[in-house]
Structure formats: C-alpha cells, structure tokens
Design a protein. Structure first.
Ligand code: PBG
Length: 321
C-alpha cells in the first residue's frame, strides 16, 4: 500500500495538524428569550437548560456569557396574549418591554453585538409572521409593519436586524427605510433560506407563538427545494443584506454549502430549537453523549460553509474552554 490515510490520524498531535475546521466561541450567536417583569427565570419545558429571563436576570446572564467569551446575542420576546393584535402594534410601541430591554443591554454592554428578530409572530394574535386577511398572508402590507418594527429596533441600538418573516422584498424595503432614517450602520442578517420546518416546535413553546391556524408554507420554503435558495440569496444580496442565513441547519447542510460556494457574503446557520432539544432528549435517556454530539453538530455546520452559528449550545460550548 502506497497510501495509508490512517497515518494522518495516528496521534493527537498529527490529527491536530491536519484538522481543517475549528470552532471558536467568536463564531457563535446565543439566542435568549425575554419575558416581562423582574426576577424571573423560567426553564423552557421542551428545551432543558434554556430559560426565559426577565430583563434584570437577562442582563446578568449576558454578563456571565461575556466572561466566557460570547460576544453576540439574539434576543426574542415572549408576549402575553393580551398584548397581541392583528397588526403587531406592540412591536413598535416605544414603551414596550422588549425595546426597553434592547436599549438597556446596549447601554450596559455597548461592546456586545446585539441581534433581534424582525417578524410579526411574537406580537401577532394570528401567530403568523405576516399580516393575515381572510386567511391569507399579505406580503406588501406586511412590509410596512416590518419597517416600523425595524426602525424601532434600530433606534433601540440593535446592531443586526434579522428579518425572519420570509416576505418578498423585505430586505430591500428595510434597508432603504433604515438608510432614509440615518441608520446606515445597522446591519441586516437575512433569514435567506428559511424552511417550513418541524424543528421550530420548541421555540414556539418558548414564545407561545405557534400559528393559530394553518401553517407557514406560503412563505417559508419547501424542504424539498434547493434551487429556490439561490433565488432568495440572489435577491437578498442585491437588496443589501450583510449576511445570509440558512435555517434550520442540520437538515440543510447542503443549502449552507450551496450558498457559501455561490455568494461572497458571510453565511450564518441557525441551529434551531428542535435540533437542540433532540440532543437533550436523547442525552436525558443516556442514549448519547450531549457534549460530543454538540461538538460534532457545530463542527459539521461550520465545515459545510457557515461562518456564524446561532445556537442554544453557545453557553455550553463556551463553558468547555
Ligand atoms: C419567527 C422565528 C422562528 C424561529 C426564529 N424566528 C419560528 C418560526 O418561524 O416559526 C425559530 C428558531 C428556533 O426554532 O430555534 N419568525
């Protein structure tokens, strides 16, 4: 045998030399769930180890994560049903607890990279990402609401807006509006290829944001398709997105690779709630090793071409170092 691939695996030091992909805590964005009130920390039933925090405890959590080297956070609010309506008006109420918390985070920790979601679902009495009329999701009318939401979040100091709604034209619409209002430095990480996925289940538990009727298939992508991801990416690129995101990650590693091969923008992947919960559920039964599974998952997402990973494992990963 002239060629023995095992020679490059013979010791840890040799394996280290030939290792192509590495993970850093700097690649990670940690999603956090916010609830109204104070002194509250409530575990999400379907996501062991992940909590919904009130502002005061979230600030402490961010501080402890920063000590571990995490520098980027994506905050999602859980709104009570009483504050939801059909036009998501709470999302751009300047006095709403979510915007106040974003402001406070940037005030206390100006160095963090703060990201927020742009979509109607946490504030919508219909539980959809867009405006509902007669059972349909209206595209262009939704853009106006997303625009108001984006300006409010930019004004609160958010560094990266994450439109996760999948309406057509929203990246360009939001970019123009931000620029017209002086927010030229606010970035957009577009949820470019966001699939209609079963893996968002635990997240919708965390936010009580499941759709009240139907599903999200008229706006989120069909898991059977990859060509559409190229169209979405082309549009987001032209409309001024700073990052392209693929979501979920694990069942869509081919899409991550496709976008990273074809677009020069940094690619992000969302290692979503269901992907986290699957590992935790199996680990709770002693069926697999949570830590090793986490490392393999994060590595595979990076290997496939993602530069940035949004993951509920972020803190657990950071604690290993
Ligand atoms: C809302 C949104 C969702 C997620 C991020 N933003 C859920 C959905 O589209 O229904 C999912 C994140 C996760 O599952 O971790 N637009």
């Amino acid at each position: 045998m002239q060629r023995r691939p095992r020679r490059n695996r013979k010791s840890e030091s040799v394996r280290n030399l030939v290792e192509e992909t590495s993970l850093s805590v700097k690649d990670l964005i940690f999603p956090l769930f916010l609830i109204e009130g104070s002194n509250k920390k409530v575990e999400v039933n379907s996501m062991p180890g992940i909590f919904r925090y009130s502002q005061d405890l979230m600030l402490r959590e961010i501080e402890s994560c920063m000590k571990l080297g995490i520098t980027a956070f994506d905050v999602f609010p859980a709104y009570p049903e009483s504050l939801k309506d059909s036009i998501a008006s709470e999302s751009y109420n300047p006095e709403t607890f979510y915007l106040k918390t974003l402001r406070e985070i940037k005030k206390q920790f100006p160095e963090v990279c703060l990201m927020s979601d742009v979509a109607m679902d946490p504030y919508s009495s219909d539980g959809h990402d867009g405006l509902v009329k007669s059972g349909k999701i209206l595209n262009d009318e939704t853009l106006e609401i997303l625009g108001k939401m984006s300006l409010s979040q930019a004004d609160a100091g958010v560094d990266i807006l994450g439109p996760s709604d999948m309406m057509d034209g929203r990246v360009g619409y939001i970019r123009s509006l931000l620029d017209e209002n002086g927010f030229t430095e606010t970035s957009i990480m577009s949820y470019t290829a966001k699939y209609a996925s079963a893996f968002y289940g635990p997240f919708r538990d965390a936010l009580d944001s499941a759709p009240k009727f139907g599903d999200k298939k008229t706006y989120q992508m069909n898991p059977a398709n990859s060509q559409e991801a190229l169209i979405e990416a082309e549009l987001d690129f032209e409309e001024g997105a700073d990052f392209l995101m693929v979501k979920p990650a694990l069942s869509y590693l081919d899409i991550i690779k496709l976008l990273s091969d074809n677009f020069p923008l940094p690619i992000a992947a969302y290692n979503v709630s269901g992907e986290y919960s699957m590992v935790k559920a199996a680990a709770a039964h002693g069926w697999l090793d949570s830590e090793r599974a986490m490392l393999e998952i994060l590595l595979s997402i990076k290997r496939s071409g993602a530069k940035i990973i949004l993951s509920y494992f972020a803190k657990e990963f950071a604690l290993l170092k």
